[in-house]
Design a protein around this ligand. Structure first.
Ligand code: NAI
Ligand SMILES: CCCCCC(=O)/C=C/C=C\C/C=C\C/C=C\CCCC(=O)O
Length: 261
């Protein structure tokens, strides 16, 4: 399906899962703002994407999503460059159990801010044209590991926030579809932090438990996660979906009991 004329913003877009989804969006003819903390990687990535897709389709914006003012400017900068905004992927994430407050800031607070900023630019409540938001969680929100307690908490938080906001969007008639995406292990540089004491702190001693889990459940390729994202973006029947992607079941959805309250 063509996304010709659509404008997307992807955080953590210069590497790993974010990079794969930027590539898929460009392949579908969307314009993309690739947002990342890592300037060198972002510029290198943009040069490669310009060579493949032509100049003017992708912009790189250096931004630490944990800096609220910078994130606000990044959204505005995207709209200034491309005219409007249709798709926001709050993907940037870290694992740092030592500086666990930073992990909460990047993985949860910035996802909340990114969702609110996306709504400012896309919600019919604000006179805009609607759109799609995808917040990246993890299978860690369903199957926890002693190796990363705060990371796990943030990924639970992303799902709770996203589901509640999806209901607010439906009941408030925002015209914005809001989803959570939960991949199992994916072959990206993030996984290499498993054995790094600087990242995992005292929980590094549980690394063997984590690695056993990786060999039991397998490791996915970023391209499959991008495929799941494209399905959430293009299937307009989906609203408030919690998509899971695992080696055993591929792309599928979590189902919840109906609310009794
Ligand atoms: N790799 C995996 O096994 C899984 C990853 N995830 C989630 O997927 C998302 C993407 O992860 P990966 O691609 O694996 O990670 P990655 O480490 O390969 O890439 C993350 C990108 O985000 C950027 N980034 C980090 N902090 C940032 C900040 N404060 N502001 C702006 N950019 C920032 C990095 O520079 C990097 O380019 C994360 O939310 C992660 O928690 C979820 C499940 C499994
Ligand atoms: C260094 C930490 C990197 C963290 C990346 C991450 O988010 C990984 C979390 C992955 C999963 C959590 C644990 C186990 C679940 C994995 C797969 C479940 C598949 C179940 C099935 O039905 O096959």
């Amino acid at each position: 399906m063509s996304l010709n004329g659509k404008v997307a913003l992807v955080t953590g877009g210069a590497q790993g899962i974010g990079r794969a989804v930027v590539q898929s969006l460009l392949q579908s003819s969307a314009k993309v703002a690739m947002v990342d903390l890592n300037k060198d990687l972002g510029e290198e990535c943009k040069a490669q994407l310009d060579a493949e897709f032509g100049e003017g389709n992708c912009t790189f914006i250096e931004c630490d999503v944990a800096n609220g003012d910078a994130l606000r400017d990044t959204f505005q900068n995207t709209v200034d460059q491309f005219g409007h905004l249709d798709i926001v992927i709050n993907n940037a994430g870290i694992t740092n159990e030592k500086d666990w407050e930073k992990t909460i800031q990047v993985n949860l607070t910035s996802v909340i801010k990114g969702t609110y900023l996306a709504l400012e630019h896309m919600s019919k409540e604000n006179g805009k044209q609607g759109g799609t938001i995808i917040n990246v969680s993890s299978m860690a929100a369903f199957m926890h590991s002693p190796h990363q307690p705060v990371y796990t908490a943030t990924k639970h938080g992303v799902i709770g926030f996203t589901r509640a906001m999806a209901d607010a969007a439906i009941q408030g008639d925002y015209g914005v579809r809001i989803h959570a995406l939960c991949p199992a292990f994916v072959d990206t540089p993030l996984l290499q932090s498993v054995e790094d004491e600087d990242n995992m702190g005292k929980f590094v001693k549980f690394k063997d438990d984590f690695k056993r889990s990786m060999s039991k459940f397998g490791v996915l390729q970023p391209s499959l996660i991008a495929e799941g994202m494209m399905r959430l973006i293009t299937d307009t029947s989906l609203h408030g979906a919690v998509m899971k992607i695992t080696c055993s079941k591929g792309i599928h959805f979590h189902t919840y009991e109906p609310m009794s309250a």
